[in-house]
Design a protein around this ligand. Sequence first.
Ligand code: ARG
Length: 462
Amino acid sequence: MSTKIASARISEKSSKLLQDLNNSLPFDKVLYREDIEGSRAHASMLCEQNIISVEDYNKIDAGLLEILEEVESGEFKLDGNDEDIHMAIEGRLTEKVGDAGKRLHTARSRNDQVALDFRLYVQNNTKTIASLLLENIRTLVNVAEEHAETMLPGMTHLQHAQPINFGYHMLAYASMFKRDYERFLSSYERNNYSPIGCAALAGTPHNISRQLTSDKLGFTAPTLNCLDTVSDRDFALEILFNISTMMMHMSRLSEELILWSAAEFKWVTLSDRHATGSSIMPQKKNPDIPELLRGKTGRVNGNLVALLTVMKGLPLAYNKDMQEDKEGVFDSVRTATLSLQVLEEMIADMTVNKDAMEDSCMVGHLSATDLADYLVKEAGLPFRDAYHITGDAVNLAEKKGLDISELALDDLQSIDERIGEGVVALLDNRASMNARMSEGGTATVRTLEQVESLRGWLSKQK
Ligand code: ARG
């Protein structure tokens, strides 16, 4: 097809280098479905508003449907010299249906056309990513229910802190993904407005109905201001930010899985389906999948910063800089979609090594805080004094090569006679975990309540 379909003022053939720099078809061809859907809605509105004839409309619509089939069957390759997907499809339509095809671009510009196509793409993929998030939340909740009694050392500063259960730990990630899901949905609602009919920047003198195209395309309403609409890429920035935040969560989970698979922990074993070998060390099993998920977080962050930077100095309205909006979004969407699918499979398939986790709980005096809490509750000590007495108990345990939960009552009373009989039972790690009954706490019953709460929430999502 001619690269000059829209170049009334340009007589010379474009330089090859200009085409290489300028043409977006090599990457925006993925928008062919959205472009055809948008054009069909636009043509149908033009016909209803008596701007084009029914005859022309029928030709345009049949032509566009044929082009859709040609692209999907590979007959129409989208690898020509056309500047972009919009010109490629319009050119092909005109080849097929003649003058009727040339009427399609009435009352629109590529500026609102690209804003529409790209927004449809972002909206569709927002839904796909949101539903993959739900799958991940479901899986995490299932693992959480199974392991609401599996104890492990909860950490701060990556140092053993207090006993928690593995289910509770998984629910922390389920909570992050729930917020991510809600962020994608709220972006969807905020951006669900139709750009088409804004034309180049100022609207059009044709008697169009933006409400009609908006309804046909499933938007909430047409956008308010055309100048803003053709200049706006907030919807693209939002999906990039939402993906970055979600991948940051995934990266933290990946980091933990990598640590937990190391010999020093051995808390989880990733299935052989999700691990790879070394080319030189035959004994090795590497956690490449979580490493890649962690690594890919870097590139999606890059895509976000790149588009923020592209947009920051642009005068209104459309500037060709904005063509740089697409590749990063396509890349982040592809990355997010694949990563979420892999993560879900990996979590569902991993083995949780309960014994190794529970053995680790005997290191680090995890229940020390319970002694201090006991002295506050039962002996009325100020917390700071109780804290120091507990420090002495920890030192004694260290000297004896024991965990604080293994100290005998006599040992404890040698430190402070206000320590009564009940303490020994309180210092047991499981008792310590189950004592954390406050709302949102780690006690097994509280963990199971959180499981139920998330299940209730999941059942209400579409
Ligand atoms: N390929 C362009 C893009 O992706 C389409 C819009 C072109 N509009 C224009 N006035 N040159 O941004």
